[in-house]
Design a protein around this ligand. Structure first.
Ligand code: PBE
Length: 307
């Protein structure tokens, strides 16, 4: 008898411990549970995707995704800046909280947080493999053939671009400065871009680019390579819409910042008859919705509508 009471007491104590643990676990988990007892991540993130700058291609694409996926009914994308998104991502991951962000490669976000995944995109809204293309204005080939040739021959790899982005992120130094050094340190690769291009004497070239690290790196190396041949290169960072518009109107000579076929599709389609697509200067880029691995979902379709 005595033994039995002791057992009951012990079990009771265990139960209390479990109950306390369960309560302390998190109120959010409990109130966000659906019928299966699984966490409803959609409620937990307030049906909001954390995005970047309003002018970005990935922001436009995410608005399209919200339209196209029925299960994203009532969702919103919070647009602010890449820096703000990275801060929210850092905080969420530090606290193991759910978060859905707009993500892309090349970028250092996956180096900073390797335990993240792209959500599957069965409707293909974000596309598969993206390229970063160079585009030129009509008439550039005739008017500045050496510039056109060099820009057309500019091509490098994801790893090259990332090495510059990572170094800038780690050291806090200017991407443009590191891009110059990269050109000095990678003579063989740069020689291919310069092949058959005659020296010029201060021919001015206006490049337009976007303010993301990836494009600051590519425009930086292209500028440094062109300067080796005697070009006088200006790089101006503008919104994606202005990149396409200024090349199409001839206000800029060229850009190495066109993410295609998906990310900048809208801007490209609007202006494609008035510019020359020189094809990819980099292949193997990617965009999509990204979540930390501790979120137990795999697909955009696993998210739940707001109702
Ligand atoms: N990005 C990075 C940009 C282009 C470079 C994917 C954030 C975008 O337009 O979405």
């Amino acid at each position: 008898m005595k033994l039995k009471i002791t057992n009951v007491g012990f079990i009771f104590a265990l139960l209390v411990t479990f109950m306390l643990a369960a309560c302390g676990d998190s109120e959010a988990t409990e109130s966000n549970s659906d019928n299966n007892g699984k966490v409803n991540y959609s409620e937990a993130v307030d049906h909001t995707i954390i995005g970047i700058e309003p002018g970005a291609g990935i922001s436009v694409t995410t608005e399209a995704a919200i339209e196209e996926y029925e299960n994203l009914q009532g969702w919103e994308v919070a647009l602010s800046s890449t820096g703000a998104m990275m801060t929210e991502l850092d905080n969420a991951i530090r606290n193991e909280e759910p978060i859905v962000v707009t993500g892309w490669n090349p970028h250092w976000m996956f180096a900073a947080h390797p335990d993240m995944k792209y959500l599957e995109d069965p409707k293909g809204i974000y596309g598969g493999e993206e390229g970063i293309n160079s585009i030129a204005r009509l008439g550039l080939e005739e008017e500045k053939p050496e510039a056109y040739k060099l820009i057309d021959q500019f091509e490098w790899d994801v790893e090259d671009m990332e090495s510059i982005m990572f170094e800038a992120e780690e050291t806090g130094r200017d991407i443009e400065e590191i891009a110059y050094e990269w050109v000095e340190d990678n003579e063989d690769k740069v020689a291919v871009w310069l092949e058959g291009v005659d020296d010029v004497d201060g021919v001015e070239v206006e490049l337009v680019s976007t303010p993301w690290d990836s494009e600051r790196a590519s425009s930086g190396v292209l500028k440094a390579a062109m300067e080796k041949k005697g070009f006088d290169v200006t790089v101006t960072d503008v919104d994606v819409a202005i990149v396409f518009e200024s090349v199409a109107t001839g206000n800029a000579d060229a850009s190495a910042a066109a993410w295609l076929p998906i990310t900048h599709k809208e801007f490209y389609n609007k202006h494609k008859d008035n510019l020359i697509d020189l094809g990819p200067n980099l292949t193997g880029a990617k965009i999509g919705l990204v979540v930390p691995n501790y979120m137990d979902i795999d697909s955009i379709e696993d998210l739940k509508p707001k109702n």
